[in-house]
Design a protein around this ligand. Structure first.
Ligand code: F6R
Length: 258
């Protein structure tokens, strides 16, 4: 696991560089797209590159991490609407190139299975972008999630519902109780993972993620078992890391071959 401590804007540019390098190598690469605040600077940096002609995502594909249950297509808080606003509509992805689990399906179990199959048929995710919840979730794998889980229905913690009420006009009652989410096992299948965390509210979860014991109590810790993960944090999110000086030292003396 690599840990990079950098200002949020710089994180956006570094990850956009990685995406550009991936697309140069493989124009039809599969991106794993998180929603929420954490990836916004990445999406801004990618959109700038597409706008000025440095990058094209015309052949790329994308899979979202999760979706609320019960929000119909077009609902402003449905994650498919949000990813469209925050990213898809700002780049040159083909129509329907980005898919998400259907949280409004009549048969949610079948929708989860179909989603797993769609990811498999696309050849898997090349680069997965993640945020982290204050309770340590990735996607919506709340504490107690099986480390081997696949896409399924989950019940959101009250902490997550309160954290996300800001997207629902600060009305926590409007935040659904349930979601469909890629499982931890699904996420672990991605060939490369970048996780972005900024702000003091993420510091405790980040310290568990990077330096804690692997446990379903802090689901993001499963990433310690992935071979290609980079955790990008700003100073605030890095505040509870014990080995912060070492992470800075590693970056200052980066091995060019690694
Ligand atoms: C969103 C997702 C969540 C968020 C996490 C952090 O698709 O899967 O895990 O990444 O809740 O949210 P923000 O970035 O809004 O703090």
């Amino acid at each position: 696991m690599d840990v990079v401590i950098a200002p949020a804007d710089e994180i956006g540019e570094i990850v956009a560089d990685d995406i550009a390098a991936l697309i140069a190598d493989r124009p039809d690469a599969v991106l794993g797209l998180a929603t929420g605040s954490s990836p916004l600077r990445i999406y801004d940096a990618v959109a700038r590159r597409v706008a000025d002609g440095r990058l094209s995502l015309a052949h790329a594909r994308g899979f979202m991490l999760d979706e609320y249950v019960g929000l119909p297509v077009g609902h402003p808080c449905r994650y498919s609407t949000v990813i469209d606003q925050d990213f898809v509509s700002r780049v040159d992805l083909a129509p329907d190139a980005v898919r998400g689990p259907d949280g409004d399906a009549a048969d949610l179990g079948a929708a989860c299975d179909a989603y797993e199959q769609a990811i498999r048929e696309a050849g898997g995710v090349d680069l997965q972008i993640l945020g982290i919840g204050t309770d340590g979730h990735i996607a919506f794998n709340e504490p107690g999630s099986s480390l081997a889980s696949r896409t399924r229905v989950k019940t959101l913690t009250e902490q997550t519902r309160h954290d996300n009420a800001r997207f629902f006009g600060d009305d926590v009652d409007a935040v659904p109780h349930h979601c469909l989410t890629q499982g931890l096992g699904t996420i672990m299948d991605a060939r490369r993972i970048v996780l972005v965390a900024t702000g003091t509210s993420k510091a405790e979860a980040v310290s568990h993620l990077v330096e804690g014991a692997v446990s379903a109590r802090w689901p993001a810790t499963v990433l310690q078992h992935h071979r290609r993960v980079t955790v990008f944090v700003d100073e605030d999110a890095a505040a509870q890391l014990e080995l912060v000086d070492y992470y800075r030292h590693v970056r200052a003396h980066r091995h060019l071959v690694s």
